[in-house]
Write a new protein. Structure first.
Length: 216
C-alpha cells in the first residue's frame, strides 16, 4: 500500500468516535499499541482551533520545550486574548521581545500575518484541500516546515492519516514502544509509520499519550 496515495483525497475530520474507531483497529493490528491502551487508556483528542493563532503557537514550539512555548504563548494572550494577524502586526519588535519571541520567530510570524492579510495564504481554503495540497501550501510560508504543517493538519484540521516523522517525542515513543536500540531518524520513522496507514494521526496520538505518561 502506498501511504501517500490517500493523501491526494480530502480526508474527513477526525471526530471522537472516529478516534476510538481508529484506536480499536490499530490495537487489533499492533500488540504494542494495544499495550498502551490497556495500560493507560485511549489518547486524548488534542484538538487545536484552526487559524492564525494556532500557527503562531506551532511556530513558537519549534526547537523548544512544550513548557517554554506555552509560557511565551500565554504572555502573548495576556496582551491579546486571541491573536489575529492585524493585532500581531501592531506589536513592536520590543514588545514581542519582552513577550519572549526570538528575532527569527518574530519574523516568521510577521510574514505569516502579512501573507494572510494579503490573501497569499487562505487558511479557510485548507479545509477543502487534500492532505498533500494543504501540506504543500503551508510549507510555502517561510518558517513553516514539514513538521509545523503536519502538526497543523493533525491537530487543527484533524486529518486522520498525518504522520509528523520529524517529531522528537514521537521518535522517542516509537523507540520505547518498539524496543529499538536507537531513536529512529525522521526517514526511518516515516517508513515505520506506514504500517499504521490510514490511521497514522491516531497512532501518533497513542504514541504521544505513551510519551507523556512515561518516566523521563
Amino acid at each position: 500500500m502506498n501511504p501517500r496515495k490517500d493523501r491526494n483525497k480530502i480526508s474527513p475530520s477526525l471526530t471522537k468516535a472516529k478516534l476510538l474507531e481508529g484506536v480499536t483497529k490499530l490495537c487489533r493490528r499492533d500488540p504494542d499499541l494495544n499495550k498502551i491502551v490497556v495500560t493507560i487508556g485511549p489518547p486524548p483528542m488534542w484538538v487545536r482551533k484552526q487559524g492564525f493563532s494556532t500557527l503562531v503557537y506551532i511556530i513558537l514550539e519549534q526547537k523548544v520545550s512544550i513548557v517554554s512555548a506555552k509560557a511565551v504563548y500565554q504572555r502573548l494572550m495576556d496582551v491579546m486574548e486571541t491573536p489575529t494577524p492585524q493585532e500581531f502586526l501592531g506589536l513592536s519588535d520590543s514588545e514581542l521581545k519582552l513577550i519572549g519571541f526570538s528575532r527569527q520567530k518574530m519574523r516568521y510570524c510577521r510574514l505569516l500575518a502579512e501573507s494572510i492579510l494579503t490573501g497569499v495564504l487562505d487558511l479557510s481554503a485548507l479545509r477543502r484541500m487534500s492532505d498533500d495540497a494543504a501540506h504543500a501550501k503551508l510549507t510555502t510560508m517561510k518558517g513553516i516546515g514539514p513538521w509545523s504543517a503536519d502538526v497543523y493538519l493533525l491537530t487543527a484540521l484533524r486529518r486522520p492519516d498525518i504522520w509528523p516523522s520529524a517529531d522528537i517525542a514521537l521518535a522517542a515513543a516509537v523507540q520505547r514502544v518498539k524496543r529499538l536500540r536507537s531513536r529512529p531518524t525522521a526517514e526511518k520513522l516515516e517508513v515505520l509509520g506506514r504500517r499504521w496507514t490510514p490511521w497514522r494521526s491516531v497512532a501518533a496520538r497513542l504514541l504521544w499519550h505513551h510519551y507523556l505518561n512515561s518516566p523521563k
